[in-house]
Ligand binder design. Sequence first.
Ligand code: FE2
Ligand code: FE2
Length: 413
Amino acid sequence: MKIGILGGTFNPIHIGHINIAKAALQECNLDEIWFMPNGRPPHKHTPGNITNMERLEMVRLAISDNPAFKVCDIEINRKEPGYSYVTFQELHDLYKDQHEFYFIIGEDSFWNFTKWVKPEEICKYTRIIVAKRPNWTEQEMLIDKSTSVKCTDFDATIQKYKKMFHQDFIPLHVNEIDISSSELRRDIYNRNLLKKYIPANALSYIYKNNLYQIHHELYEIGEIDKKVKEALKTSRYEHTVGVMHTAANLAYAYEYPYVNAMIAGLLHDCAKCISDQERIEVCKSHRLTISDIEAKYPHLLHGKVGSVFAKEIYEINDEDILHAITWHTTGCPNMSILDKIIYVADYIEPGRDKAPRLDEIRHMAYINIDRCIYMILQDSVEYLSKNSDSMDETTLETYEYFKKLVEGKTNDN
Ligand SMILES: [Fe+2]
Ligand SMILES: [Fe+2]
């Protein structure tokens, strides 16, 4: 068989890698692509503190839906990382009668190829496919502080290498994905890029195992916690800590980054410490709409104002966290998973003891969060209906939404 070998750190794997593999498979008529995560010495720090096993597992999950994609663990399982020529020698020895190998390299590696350790040895055992970026322009590429290569004529360099190494160098045109693994690691709390660029089951593995969530962020929670403690009354702060821990537990249960859930929990009531008049003023100065019911009961505004405070005082820019804080009192139709976590955590945190059937609701929170929210809304609507002018529209809309979602019907049928 014709096998393409795609090496890399894959920390984490993303669709840029997958696209190169797909293009190589099709354009070069290969039978399979083997993703080969490279090895790292055990004492060397891996960005994000990711273990070899975790990198391997992310790759395995990301490619699991394509039968032509396989994982090759030769390099990652080596005790000491070796050079590429050793890997290809080993692959050749293992599979010489069965497979022909095609080493897929990026343009950076291509221009740099003569500087690799024993490139002629690599070329003894494998053809080279060069993934060419469409937007590459002629430039000087720095290899290290003192050495640079001129990247001037791609086709001429292909021909030059062919002669020099007596091997095929095959250009492969791939649409450029403008993303790097390091950008993705930095996005772990924002998650806007992650959702877009990491295959779903690899992403779910990242969340489930809290990969890339390092102590720095936990330290940040400590800093927010200090400020919140100073701003809130003791009883409100105790409730807040209860919500934060419950939100973390729910985040684990629903595979959501627990640090984000903790920050949202910690800040959900951060606007409880000011007066009704001040809340109205914040809304006016930020041009936030105030409904009739909110004008009558301004404490209902503490979600909206809390979101403003989270952004301006606590410097939180994550839209999901801000949204969850905004809607934590009433809920809203189409809640995100974090909205649901905070809504439920606020209701069931360990300090709560007044609401009816709390045991049942706490139990349901970890089994079916939608049904749990529906139960909370049923009780809230019943409670609020005793005083009909305190019933707000959003709570009712949310109730109808979850009723339909859970029971599959509305009031009309
Ligand atoms: Fe609240
Ligand atoms: Fe609360």
